[in-house]
Structures are given as C-alpha cells and as structure tokens.
Design a protein around this ligand. Structure first.
Ligand SMILES: [Zn+2]
Length: 289
C-alpha cells in the first residue's frame, strides 16, 4: 500500500514531510490511542512510526514468554501493514520497563534517527507501570535529545520535537487537558481493522482481564463487528470529552457531529508549539477561520 492517491500539490510531497513517532508500552497501545491519526497522516504522505517499548510477553492468561512475544510481534506487523507504517517492538519484558538512563538512550536514538517532528506517548500518571515508564522516558528524553554529547554517535536534531500525550482519564495529580482533537470517523473502520489484528489482546486477554470474555463472539465476522461496536463506544466517549476542542477545530456544527476522536495534550517538556506549529503538525485539521 503506497501513499494515498489523494496526495497532491500542497501535501507532504510538495511541503515538508512530517515524521510522527508514537511510543506505547505494549504492542497495541499506539494503535488504540493514535491509530486513526496515523491513518490520516499516511493519507497525506507523512511518515508515522509506532514503537512498542515492551514485547508484550506477559499479557495473556494461557500463553507467555517467547511464543506470546512472537505472536504479538506478528499482530503488530499485520496492523502496521494496514496503516502502511513501521512498527518496532523492543525486546523488553512486559511489566518490567524501567525509566532508566539506558532505556532513555534507546528513546533518544529513535527520536533522532527518525528525525521526529512530533512524539506521542502515555502520560506519566497512568494505572500501568509500563505506561508510566514510557511517559517518564519520553519526558526525560524531550530536552536531553538536543544535547549532542548524549548518545554522541547519533547526530542530534536541529530542534527538539514537540511532545504530546495520548488520551487518558486519570485525574491525579492533574487531569488530562485536550489541546488537539482529531475526528477519526472517516478512518474508524480501518482503525478497527488494525485493532482486529491484535487478536491476543482484543479477543482474549483484555476480555479475560476485564471479566467480559463471554461477550466475545467465537469467530469472524461476528467478533470484528463486536470489536467495532465496543471501540465506537470507547472513542465516542473520547469525542464527548473532547467536544469543545473538536468544535474549536472543526467549527460548531461539524465538531458537534464527530462520533469518534483521538486527542493530544502537549507536554511542557518538549518544544512548545505555536499556533502555526499546531497547524503544520496536524495538517488534516481544517485551516483556522
Ligand atoms: Zn498498554
């Protein structure tokens, strides 16, 4: 699958191509939180890379270790093919990601070699220790990535990337602030196609862990339909929480009609985006009136 046929003059080919780098803790986090936006960037010819900081090797009730890590890697690659993006999975055990200096260097090297303009991650206040570690690692890299003598064999970027957090609803010590909201309705079915690839999570571990295993249809296409409905509820809620930001971006009428959304909250530790940076970094949003 190549660059969308909708690309043309004024799109990434003519202007600067954006490099959007998304860090998640587990091999489905990036897809869940930013898969729709990734599809929108790709439709305009921009580059997107997902990085799972762990290999997901404990996230199941009957599988584990190497076989589960390899299964989840294959699921991630299948999702990546749908979005036409690169999906890297680091071989770090699930549940054991630590915000150490060594792992921070892995993050810095990836920000540099991908020449990231925009970096997304979890916030550092999150229920899962691996999610918290990803937030800390990216925050801790956000400034250090500009220091040439840190990881001196990987040339630094001319300017620090803008860093943002994907949606969550944790409130302590601070609630999530929606800075940018993205209408994912036009790409939502394809986002669900990506999530459908993560069968070990969507149809097995998460239902088991959440106590709703009996709701999952046994086979396709019924379970794909079930997943889409579940995800429409989840990201419909995100759209409701982000309604003001959606109406700011898309206007009152269209913003009110958006049914599924993804969001970004800018980090204070990366480069602070000016309004013109926001327009450049989110090229699929309507131009400000
Ligand atoms: Zn996760």
């Amino acid at each position: 699958m190549g660059v969308s046929a909708t690309s043309g003059p004024g799109d990434a080919a003519a202007e600067k191509q954006l490099n959007v780098l998304v860090f998640g803790a587990h091999p489905d986090d990036c897809d869940l939180r930013f898969g729709g936006a990734a599809l929108k960037y790709r439709a305009l010819g921009h580059r997107v890379k997902f990085v799972s900081m762990t290999n997901g090797d404990t996230g199941h009730y009957s599988m584990g270790g190497g076989p589960l890590a390899r299964r989840r890697y294959q699921e991630a690659q299948a999702a990546a093919r749908i979005a036409d993006i690169e999906y890297e999975v680091l071989d770090i055990h699930n549940g054991e990601l630590e915000p150490s200096v060594m792992v921070r260097k892995l993050v810095i090297e990836r920000m540099r070699t991908f020449a990231a303009d925009l970096v997304l991650c979890h916030r550092a206040n999150d229920y899962h220790p691996d999610h918290r570690s990803v937030g800390l690692l990216v925050q801790d890299a956000a400034y250090i990535v500009t220091v040439p003598n840190v990881c001196p064999l990987t040339p630094p970027l001319p300017q620090a990337p803008v860093v943002g957090y994907t949606f969550d609803e944790f409130t302590l010590p601070t609630s999530y602030r929606v800075d940018v909201a993205v209408d994912t309705d036009p790409v939502f079915a394809r986002k669900v196609d990506m999530l459908h690839c993560h069968a070990s999570q969507m149809y097995e571990w998460l239902p088991y862990n959440g106590g709703y295993q009996e709701q999952v249809p046994a086979a396709d296409p019924a379970r794909r339909v079930w997943l889409e409905e579940r995800m429409r509820q989840r990201f419909g809620h995100v759209a409701d929480v982000a309604r003001q930001a959606l109406q700011r971006a898309y206007g009152d009428e269209r913003g009110a009609a958006v049914r599924t959304a993804e969001t970004v909250s800018f980090s204070e530790y990366g480069r602070r985006p000016r309004p013109e940076d926001v327009a450049r970094l989110f090229p699929f949003l309507p131009a400000p009136a």
